[in-house]
Design a protein around this ligand. Sequence first.
Ligand code: GLP
Length: 254
Amino acid sequence: MRIEMYTDQSLLDERAAQLIADVVKESAQPILGLATGGTPTGVYDKLLNIYRKGEVSFNHVTTFNLDEYVGLPASHPETYVSYMNKHLFDHINLPKDRIHIPDGSHPNPAEECLRYDRALEEAGRIDLQLLGLGHNGHIGFNEPNKTLIRSTHVVELSPQTREANARFFDSIDEVPKKAITMGIGSILQAKQILLIVKGAAKADIVKEALTGPITTEIPASLLQTHPGLIVLLDREAAAKLDPAMIAPPCSSAT
Ligand code: GLP
């Protein structure tokens, strides 16, 4: 695992965007695993800057998003498909038929999970999986539990997760109670994982996830087993880590 800490969030976002762009440039048929939430919006902004400078093209890229709420129509502004269109897809030359996001409005979510897994399997291994971190240690929507599920599945969102995401809705009652998420097995199969965490409110969970015991009660702790894990933290999120664990910021972003 490589952990980098950035005092300037803009440099952190640039570093993440550059790592994504490098994968897109280096692979003949790159597959990106993408994430939503408040954390990666700056990364997508920087990726758009790189694209607009003509340094990267997405016409040969395939994408898989981690998760989607169940029960919202796709046109709802808070679905993850709306988020991805707004922050990235509407602005780049990524062919629409190469975009994969679970359909949370599918009448049979279990069937949709099977379809998603088939698409993942047909595509092959994800080259780079972008991840944020939930306050309770979830990744995607793989919530803390006694056991975790390998493949795509429907999940009941924890009260803490619904509360954390209520800021995007008019009230907590509007936050969906269920979601479809890529499973922990699919996430861990990615060749490279890029975990991004910002803010003091996540300093404790960062420490537990990266240095504590590996447990399904903190799904992100399983990332410790991944040989290609890069973690980008801001100063606040890194505050509880032993400084000896932290590599200096990458020079390409300074
Ligand atoms: C959300 C998403 C996750 C995300 C996490 C953190 O609910 N399902 O993929 O990484 O929670 O979100 P944020 O970046 O808004 O703190």
